[in-house]
Design a protein around this ligand. Structure first.
Ligand code: PMP
Ligand code: GLN
Length: 380
């Protein structure tokens, strides 16, 4: 039997490959982005409470109302944006599902989608599966800023969507208010929609402010704002995310979501809804991760790696140009196998595998893990 692949150029994701290589060689895994520390015991107790007390059947398709209400309240407090919890907020099975649903909801065959590279790996396959055409615009190395003239030049009459991600994985760059002004000018008087991947919204450093699309009514009215509880509550394995969008966009979003997963995990939604009352858990997260970033940077200061400034996320890019002229893929493999530290080669996030001789390291780790990793990195 012959199967005609719909994604013939796609292999196993780099996260799966590098985590497997790290396990095989017992390397310290700073590749795939996930914390190695524990979840707040109160949150675990809440999941247990809801499971034990019978909240184990399907949740409403749009998500548990209590959770949607808490998200609406948080969004109003942080971004001064009003979303109707019953018509404009959908709970999803991770941000990954939300991204797929949003792309599927609006991209028709032949539509162009502007993708800023390096780009998180699930955007382009979702565009391709829907018959869309990715149009790539590269961030400018080494500070990874967006040149908005490049974005303007990439826009055509076929442009349906721009996908943005701030704080940005893998580079740690964040959108500034100048970026927002430029974006407003570009999309004004067009039918271009925006997907804003804001899963690292609470992990932003040095006093910078997260420029959520939700903050800007002119942009919010054409945006799907997507976030994930996994990053905020150290629960990447629970796979719950959400999408904020004005009513007409949310209606299209839910048309897809209801047939993609129908609904997401019930007891975990109830647990998050109650846990969200503890606002410090997200308000203090930036401080927590800034300490981790600074600790990691201090630990590797004497190494031959050069840090690329990281303004948000839990990823630090390190330039290894003074150590090796191998490609980032070759060097990351050798670093894992011979030196015992796994990382991610960012060239896999470019359609043409652009390579700047940098690697991405995840610092969402216990201090002791960072110390052990840094000791190895400093010996190279
Ligand atoms: N977008 C970005 C930029 C991410 O780093 C991740 C991390 N996994 C996701 C989306 C997906 O989030 P989730 O695990 O909630 O599906
Ligand atoms: N977002 C995480 C990262 O960038 C992991 C995503 C995944 O494994 N699919 O490392």
């Amino acid at each position: 039997m012959k199967i005609r692949s719909k994604l013939p150029d796609v292999g196993i994701t780099i996260f799966t490959l590098m985590s497997a290589l790290a396990a095989e060689h017992e390397a310290i895994n700073l590749s795939q982005g996930f914390p190695d520390f524990d979840v707040d015991p109160d949150l675990l107790a809440l999941v247990d409470k809801y499971m034990q007390s019978g909240y184990n059947q399907y949740a409403p398709m749009q998500g548990v109302p209590a959770l949607r209400e808490m998200i609406a309240e948080k969004t109003q407090q942080l971004y001064n944006a009003v979303y109707d919890p019953y018509a404009e907020i959908t709970i999803t099975s991770g941000a990954t599902e939300a991204l797929f649903a949003a792309i599927s909801a609006v991209v028709h065959p032949g539509d162009e989608v502007i993708v800023i590279e390096p780009a998180f790996d699930c955007y382009v396959p979702a565009i391709t599966l829907n018959g869309g055409v990715p149009v790539f615009v590269k961030l400018n190395f080494p500070d990874y800023h967006i040149d908005w003239d490049d974005v303007q030049a990439a826009i055509s009459s076929k442009t349906r969507l721009i996908i943005l991600n701030s704080p940005h994985n893998p580079t740690g760059a964040v959108l500034s208010d100048e970026d927002i002004s430029a974006l407003k000018r570009i999309v004004e008087d067009t039918n271009v929609l925006i997907i804003s991947d804001e899963v690292y919204e609470h992990i932003i450093f040095d006093g910078l402010v997260h420029e959520s699309m939700a903050r800007h009514p002119e942009l919010a009215q054409r945006s799907f704002v997507i976030s994930s509880f996994g990053k905020t509550y150290h629960t990447t394995g629970w796979k719950i995310g959400y999408c904020l969008a004005p009513e007409p966009l949310s209606a299209e979003f839910q048309r897809v979501h209801q047939f993609l997963t129908f609904a997401s995990n019930t007891p975990i939604q109830f647990a998050y809804a109650e846990f969200m009352q503890k606002k410090d858990a997200y308000l203090e997260l930036a401080k927590f991760y800034q300490k981790k970033r600074d600790k990691f940077l201090a630990l590797i200061e004497t190494s031959r790696f050069k840090a690329v400034p990281c303004k948000g996320t839990y990823f630090q890019m390190l330039d290894y140009a003074s150590i090796s002229d191998e490609s980032d893929i070759e060097f990351s493999k050798r670093l894992t196998i011979e030196h015992g530290v796994a990382s991610i080669p960012p060239s896999v996030f470019y359609h043409d595998n652009e390579d700047h001789r940098v690697l991405r390291f995840c610092f969402a780790k216990k201090d002791e893990t960072l110390e052990r990793a840094a000791e190895k990195l400093c010996k190279i």
